[in-house]
Design a protein around this ligand. Structure first.
Ligand code: DOR
Ligand code: ZN
Length: 380
């Protein structure tokens, strides 16, 4: 338990990672895997008490993370991004080295000069495209890709990555088809107009997305979440409505989950780790209009590694978790390392956020109460 600016966070597990700085000797056996420290290329850290409650889960494992800008209000200026980065750094536990990589929230009229300056000055690592009304806090997002065509042209010119929530919002399109429809009718034409644009199709959920990314040039990549590798759409309806498994894009049929598992464990450089960890409090999830999002940060790495083990692809785990992302973003590989051991752990059933008025809010993690077979090595 630690106290921060009037809020405190009850952490069910008190763990400190051991990172060996400097030259890395990578070792592996079926029981123990030492890899270059990974990065999370897509995470929601939120703000205020929730930020303080969740940031440690990400920072204790990942050296860097691409931080989503869909706050309320969203991150639409250089100053807002700098201030948010400061709040994240202030919320870190002592002694943890973690670099938040900030993103700009695109709108129909985002000023081109601000976007370019933010990228050149190393404040924005990328820009995030939310189709308006597609997900949490996306009301100010982009109404149509053609409206921001000149902004996109600037991004292609300066090499700034465009991170895309790839779904249409048209209620006439079935929710399970919205990603495939977006790819065919919006993303493909966008890349035809701007063939050199660097694009990350975020949190892909379909075999159509896998095929599209595989068939594109090296300027197009995709992140894959642990939950889309672990659950299909049935999880949302197992014995009743299970809002804990509701996220966007929604999990699809089993054949799509299997396509994602093949992609993630293929060793192909166009696929890399992005958890899309998206915490919401119980009251926001258990609601007649519940929020989309799965808080997987506390055990994301352990969840991913089980998939790689099940697919007989542990040899590719480090590339997916620690190498493909930096290569795409043109950033150096981390020099610190992390060891994961074959040791079971039971995932906490909830995390608690206690606010200044002393009311307690629960946030449920992915795999709550389940036993995972790998654990990150702890300090003795
Ligand atoms: O499930 C999701 N939750 N998908 C998103 O795109 C946004 C995220 C959130 O911010 O809650
Ligand atoms: Zn997200």
């Amino acid at each position: 338990m630690f106290s921060l600016l009037g809020f405190f966070v009850v952490c069910p597990v008190d763990r400190v990672l051991k990172f060996n700085q400097g030259v890395i000797t990578l070792t592996s056996s079926s029981e123990r895997l030492t890899i270059r420290q990974p990065d999370d290329w897509h995470v929601h850290l939120r703000d205020g008490p929730i930020l303080k409650a969740v940031v440690e889960s990400t920072a204790r494992v990942f050296r860097r993370a691409i931080v989503m800008p869909n706050l309320n209000p969203p991150i639409k200026s250089i100053d807002a991004a700098v201030a948010y980065r400061e709040r994240i750094l202030e919320s870190l536990p002592t002694g943890v080295s973690f670099t938040p990589l900030m993103t700009a929230y695109l709108t129909d009229n985002f000023p081109e000069d601000v976007l370019e300056r933010g990228y050149i000055e190393d404040v924005f690592s990328a820009a995030k495209l939310y189709p308006a009304h597609s997900t949490t806090n996306s009301e100010d997002g982009v109404s149509d890709l053609t409206v921001i065509d000149s902004l996109v042209e600037t991004m292609a010119r300066i090499g700034m990555p465009l991170l895309i929530h790839g779904e249409v919002v048209d209620p006439d399109i079935d929710i399970f088809d919205r990603e495939a429809y977006f790819i065919e009718n919006h993303l493909s034409p966008l890349l035809n107009r701007h063939p050199d644009l660097r694009v990350v199709l975020e949190h892909i959920t379909t075999e159509q997305a896998v095929e599209f990314v595989e068939g594109s040039g090296s300027n197009v990549a995709a992140t894959i979440t642990p939950h889309h590798l672990r659950i299909n759409r049935n999880a949302m309806f197992a014995g009743g409505f299970r809002s804990d498994f509701y996220c966007l894009p929604v999990a699809k049929r089993e054949r799509h989950r299997l396509a994602l598992r093949r992609a993630a464990t293929s060793g192909k450089a166009c696929f890399f780790l992005g958890t899309d960890s998206a915490p919401h409090t119980r009251s926001a999830k258990e609601n007649s209009c519940g929020c989309a999002g799965i808080f997987n940060a506390p055990n994301a790495l352990e969840s991913y590694i089980e998939v790689f083990e099940e697919e007989g692809a542990l040899d590719y785990f480090e590339a997916f978790a620690s190498e493909h992302g930096p290569a795409f973003y043109g950033l150096p590989l981390n020099t610190s390392s992390l060891t994961i051991v074959k040791k079971t752990q039971v995932v906490p059933t909830f995390f608690e956020v206690v606010n200044a008025t002393n009311s307690i809010e629960k946030i449920l993690p992915f795999h709550a109460g389940e036993t995972l077979s790998w654990s990150i090595e702890l300090d003795q």
